[in-house]
Design a binder for this molecule. Structure first.
Ligand code: FEO
Length: 381
C-alpha cells in the first residue's frame, strides 16, 4: 500500500456471530483507511463499539491535522456505526456519499449536523495527487454501495467486495474465509458483482482495500478470477459436496458410504452434517463444487427442517448450474426426496441424476447398491 494511504481499521476479536448469523471464530476486521494529501480523506468508519479506538487510530496518523472528508462506501452499521462520533470529533469535515447514503444515514442515525457532499456515479473528488473516482456498485451488498478508485495510487477502495471473515491481515489461505463470506453475504447478487467486475476492467488496479480482511496487492488475477467464477455461479472445483441431516444416524451412514465410494473412485468429496457444522460452511461447499448430494429424513410429511432451511438458503442465493443427487429416508412414507426436488424447482440449470437412494429407516443391502449406483453416476459428470 502507498505510504500516504494508511490503515486505521480495528479488530473485533469478541464477536462470535457476524450479522447475527455467521460464525466468526477468528473475529472480524472493520477496515478504514486515511489518504494523506493536500486534502485528507478518511475512507469509511467502523462498528459503533470501536469508535474511540478508530478515532485514536486516525489521530495517531494525523496528529493535529484535521481530515477534510469522511467517504462513506457503505451504510451497513459495521461500517457506518462511528460516523456520529467522527462528526463530534471533527465537526468541520465533510461527509461524502451519494443520495442513498444520506437517506440511509438519516434513517439510522437521525439528521447529522455536518457538511455533506453528495456525489454522482462517475464523479471525481480531487485530494491533490490522489483523487477518488466514485463508481456506484448497488447491491454489492446494499443499494447505496459505491467503490472509489484512486488512479494515482492505482488503488481500489472496494467496500464489502473482496472482504473476508476473520482478523488475519495477511492473505494466507485467503479464499477459504473469503468464499464463505462471499456466498454467505453477497452470493445472491452475482449479477451485480458481474456488473462491478466489468466496470473495474477500465481501471489499472495494483491494490484493493476492502472493508473486511486484508489489503490485496500485487498480481490480483487470482482474486478477480475467483470473484468472476463465484459471481457467474460457476463451480470453482470439481468434486461433490454431500450435505446431510440425520436423526438417528442411518441417513448419515448412507451419506458417508457415498463419500467413501466417491473417494475410492478418486472424486474429491466433502461432507457437511447440518446438525453439527457451521451452516455457512455447507452453503460454501455447495457453491464451491460442481456436484451436490443432499441427504435428509422425512419429518412430519415434509423434509427435516434444517434441510429445508439449507435448501432455502441455496435458492435465495440463486443456486444454479450444478449436478444434484438425493438420499432420502422415511420409515413409513418417504417424502424427503419429493420435497427437496420441489424446493429446488426454481433453480436454473440443475441436472438431477437418475439414481437415488431411499432408506426406510436403516441402511439395507439394497440401499448400499443404490449408493454405489449414485457414486457411479456422479463420477460420470
Ligand atoms: Fe461489511 Fe455489508 O457490511
Amino acid at each position: 500500500m502507498q505510504k500516504d494511504i494508511i490503515y486505521v481499521g480495528v479488530k473485533d476479536e469478541k464477536i462470535r456471530l457476524f450479522e447475527g448469523q455467521f460464525y466468526v471464530p477468528e473475529g472480524m476486521l472493520y477496515n478504514s483507511y486515511v489518504i494523506v494529501d493536500e486534502k485528507i480523506a478518511v475512507m469509511d468508519s467502523v462498528e459503533a463499539g470501536f469508535a474511540n479506538e478508530w478515532i485514536d487510530n486516525v489521530k495517531k496518523v494525523l496528529g493535529d491535522k484535521t481530515p477534510d472528508y469522511l467517504v462513506i462506501s457503505h451504510m451497513e452499521p459495521d461500517h457506518s456505526g462511528s460516523i456520529v462520533k467522527f462528526v463530534e470529533r471533527y465537526p468541520t469535515a465533510t461527509i461524502v456519499g451519494n443520495d442513498k447514503t444520506f437517506s440511509m444515514m438519516t434513517a439510522f442515525y437521525g439528521e447529522i449536523n455536518a457538511n455533506k457532499l453528495v456525489v454522482k456515479n462517475g464523479e471525481t473528488l480531487v485530494l491533490g495527487k490522489h483523487s477518488l473516482l466514485f463508481t456506484f456498485a448497488p447491491m454489492v451488498h446494499w443499494p447505496e454501495v459505491m467503490v472509489s478508485y484512486d488512479a494515482y495510487a492505482k488503488t481500489l477502495f472496494s467496500a464489502d467486495a473482496f472482504g473476508k471473515f476473520g482478523t488475519d491481515l495477511t492473505t494466507n489461505d485467503w479464499a477459504c474465509e473469503a468464499r464463505r463470506y462471499y456466498f454467505g453475504i453477497i452470493g445472491k447478487f452475482g449479477a451485480q458483482v458481474q456488473g462491478l467486475i466489468k466496470k473495474l476492467a477500465a481501471f489499472e488496479i495494483d491494490t484493493v482495500c476492502p472493508l473486511h480482511g486484508p489489503v490485496l496487492e500485487g498480481d490480483l488475477t487470482y482474486y478477480l478470477g475467483l470473484y468472476d467464477v463465484w459471481s457467474q455461479y460457476r463451480a470453482e472445483s470439481r468434486g461433490v459436496a454431500i450435505v446431510y441431516v440425520s436423526v438417528y444416524g442411518n441417513t448419515e451412514k448412507a451419506a458417508l458410504l457415498l463419500k467413501d465410494e466417491l473417494e475410492a473412485a478418486g472424486v474429491e468429496t466433502e461432507a457437511f452434517d447440518l446438525n453439527d457444522c457451521d451452516f455457512a460452511e455447507a452453503i460454501e461447499g455447495a457453491f464451491e463444487f460442481d456436484r451436490l448430494v443432499v441427504a435428509a429424513t422425512t419429518y412430519n410429511g415434509d423434509v427435516f427442517p434444517k434441510m429445508r432451511e439449507f435448501l432455502a438458503a441455496l435458492v435465495e442465493r440463486n443456486y444454479r448450474n450444478r449436478v444434484v443427487g438425493m438420499i432420502e429416508n422415511g420409515s413409513w412414507a418417504p417424502q424427503a426426496g419429493k420435497v427437496m426436488t420441489a424446493l429446488l424447482e426454481s433453480c436454473k440449470e440443475l441436472t438431477f441424476i437418475n439414481s437415488r437412494c431411499t432408506l426406510r429407516s436403516g441402511l439395507k443391502d439394497e440401499n448400499k447398491e443404490e449408493i454405489k449406483a449414485m457414486a457411479k453416476e456422479l463420477e460420470s459428470f
